[in-house]
Ligand binder design. Structure first.
Ligand code: 4AD
Ligand code: MG
Length: 457
């Protein structure tokens, strides 16, 4: 029975016989021994194997170049070296798969761009191994956070007929032939109507919150938005809680608690990987994460955020204009959270003109009960709101947004039959991983990133 290297390295006691398997990172030969560094991806560390030249399979050891795979049986003994607690004195080494010289990960220190071109091999590097272990842990922690609070996990559809965000950034799902000469009628399409990949599970999430009280979704979402930035992907994962009998205050509180919980969970369960990021990716990472866990977040209305930014214009050069009524750009969000407050910041009560139709109109008639949670290094991590639960007000806003009353008949029904105040938000999973790892490009925290002009593998 094979043992994972992370389990081997955590052992308290030596062992007479143990089996490991993995990919060779390096091999050094002396006259009497070969030293192998073996990694199986279960943790950052390699285990050192010492293979004696008298082994019957020593000819196989000699073929173990960087990248080759091997299974090793041996004795676990305290290591002579200073870098590791244990090493394995091999009694048997089996070469499983050779690795010829054209293996692209021979040398260390490849650029991220180069590694994106070999996305099928990059998980074998220290950096990407660590990123995807953290990604897995965070996904687990998301479920733990909500399940502990008795939220119900809902699988909202991926193929949908409605545009939640109303931004028209949807990928069409169709079986109609794009090369056909004949006119293509929507009625003849697979579903008998136009359908799309979802941009958000929120609207369907609201229907379930209006029955099960507290729900969350966690799944892939898609945006055909042509923004080629380091924080936008065309396919990304979003976590969307929705709470009945909840207002904007409760919504902001949940978002802040969730971010704190997830960071804390990673600090305590991914220590080695985070230390690695702190050393090689982003020197200020651990301080920043501890600051998030240990200190209160800042909350302020959009109007005050704009005032702060207008004052800042004297000293800071912004590329985009700042003015009441305009969207905050990433540079503005980062100024607020990184420079001005030096904490995560929740901005609320945005002008109604720059937010989607479903957000609850505030009593001032000008703003909506929206909130965005901004974090250092990223900007917007969470976007959410209290939802408009008053049928007449909702229908008024839908008219303003030119939305079809018929298409949203089921959404309006929620306001007709036992409507309740409710609120929710969406947290971009990849942005969370970027925040926790310090990795600055979203393409490097998704196994196979999809961005405008690029869908390799
Ligand atoms: O602010 P957004 O567009 O909000 C919604 O979709 C709401 N329906 C959520 C809700 O209230 N249930 O997106 C939510 C979050 C953003 O804050 C951001 O973190 C992430 O999703 N996000 C993206 N992440 C990566 N690539 C993109 N193109 C993203 N667009 C949004
Ligand atoms: Mg948003």
């Amino acid at each position: 029975m094979r043992t994972l290297i992370q389990t081997v390295l955590r052992r308290e006691e030596p062992l007479d016989e143990i089996q490991v398997a993995g990919w060779v990172r390096t091999r050094r030969d002396s006259k009497e021994f070969s030293f192998l560094e073996l990694n199986d991806g279960s943790c950052l560390q390699n285990v050192q194997i010492i293979a004696d030249a008298t082994l019957s399979t020593y000819d196989q050891v000699q073929k173990l170049s960087t990248g080759a795979s091997a299974a090793v049986t041996g004795k676990l003994v305290p290591s002579q070296g200073r870098n590791q607690k244990w090493e394995i004195l091999a009694t048997e080494v089996r070469l499983l798969g050779e690795c010829p010289d054209d293996y692209p990960l021979q040398k260390k220190g490849h650029s991220r761009e180069f590694l994106r071109g070999i996305a099928h091999l990059r998980p074998r590097t220290n950096l990407f191994g660590a990123v995807f272990r953290v990604r897995s842990r965070l996904a687990y922690a998301v479920h733990q956070f909500f399940q502990d609070l008795h939220f119900v996990y809902i699988h909202t559809p991926i193929v949908t007929a409605s545009d939640c965000e109303g931004a028209g950034e949807m990928f069409r799902v169709t079986t109609l032939d794009p090369h056909s000469d004949k006119p293509q009628k929507d009625e003849n399409d697979f579903f008998g109507r136009p359908t799309y990949l979802t941009v958000s599970g929120q609207l369907e999430g609201e229907t379930f919150a209006s029955a099960l009280s507290n729900i969350y979704t966690f799944g892939p979402t898609f945006r055909a938005e042509n923004s080629n930035t380091s924080r936008h992907a065309s396919e990304f994962w979003m976590i969307e809680p929705e709470m009945a009998f909840c207002d904007l205050q409760g919504d902001m509180q949940l978002a802040e608690e969730m971010v704190r919980y997830l960071v804390e969970d990673c600090l305590s369960h991914c220590e080695d990987d985070l230390k690695f990021f702190n050393r090689f990716v982003d020197k200020g990472l651990l301080d920043r994460l501890r600051n998030v866990v240990g200190n209160p977040f800042t909350r302020l209305p959009y109007t005050e955020a704009v005032e702060i930014l207008e004052k800042a214009k004297a000293k800071t050069k912004f590329e985009y204009p700042v003015e009441y009524g305009l969207n905050l750009q990433s540079e503005h969000e980062r100024y607020l959270t990184e420079t001005h407050f030096k904490t995560p910041v929740t901005v609320c009560d945005y002008p109604k003109e720059i937010k989607p139709f479903y957000m609850r109109r505030n009593d001032d008639g000008k703003t909506v009960a929206a909130m965005d949670l901004l974090v250092p290094g990223i900007g917007e991590l969470v976007g959410g709101s209290q939802r408009e639960e008053r049928l007449a007000v909702l229908e008024g806003t839908m008219k303003e947004h030119d939305l079809s009353m018929e298409d949203y008949w089921w959404y309006r029904d929620l306001r007709k039959f036992g409507s309740v105040p409710h609120a929710g938000f969406g947290l971009g999973f990849e942005r969370l991983i970027m925040f926790v790892t310090g990795v600055s490009n979203i393409r490097d925290v998704i196994p196979y990133p999809r961005t405008p002009g690029s869908a390799d593998f």
